[in-house]
Design a protein. Structure first.
Length: 158
């Protein structure tokens, strides 16, 4: 299982992001900047729509439109996570011992690759999101895989 290690902290802080041509560019690299609290009210919506959807329409003009889009993406994420879990289950069949289920070096590689790839997505994915999401996926996949391993052993009478 991957946890916040000095190695991972190094990866998160040393990867640089490509420059973003907007006010939020500093929010796409790790670590996030330290922000001072701001109590002033803004007229909403503030700013202008900031990205184009695959169908070439600009998003978003209402909070409802934003939430509908997030809900649609969440549905896709759940389907992809289910597919990933099926692969994790299959991977367990190729592990000889419970100790070989978790490979921390592989976990660190997966997280590092996700962070490195974050800048090449369209729209760009903040590095901090890529790192945290992949750590969460791995931190939940390892116990699942260990359970599958143990369940097979119990079934087979190992």
């Amino acid at each position: 299982m991957i946890l916040a290690t000095p190695y991972l902290a190094f990866i998160l802080t040393s990867l640089s992001s490509i420059a973003k041509a907007d006010f939020a560019s500093r929010c796409y690299s790790s670590p996030l900047p330290i922000l001072t609290p701001n109590t002033e009210n803004r007229t909403i919506p503030w700013g202008t729509p900031s990205f184009t959807l695959p169908n070439r329409t600009v998003c978003c003009y209402s909070l409802t439109q934003v939430r509908d889009g997030i809900d649609e993406v969440d549905d896709q994420l759940l389907a992809l996570l289910a597919q990933r879990a099926a692969y994790v289950r299959e991977a367990t069949r190729f592990k000889a011992t419970l100790n070989t289920v978790d490979v921390p070096a592989r976990d660190a590689q997966v997280v590092a690759e996700a962070i490195a790839a974050a800048n090449s997505t369209t729209p760009p994915l903040p590095e901090v999101v890529a790192g945290a999401v992949f750590m969460a996926i791995l931190n939940s996949s390892v116990p699942f895989e260990e359970c599958v391993f143990e369940a097979f052993e119990a079934e087979e009478g190992c």
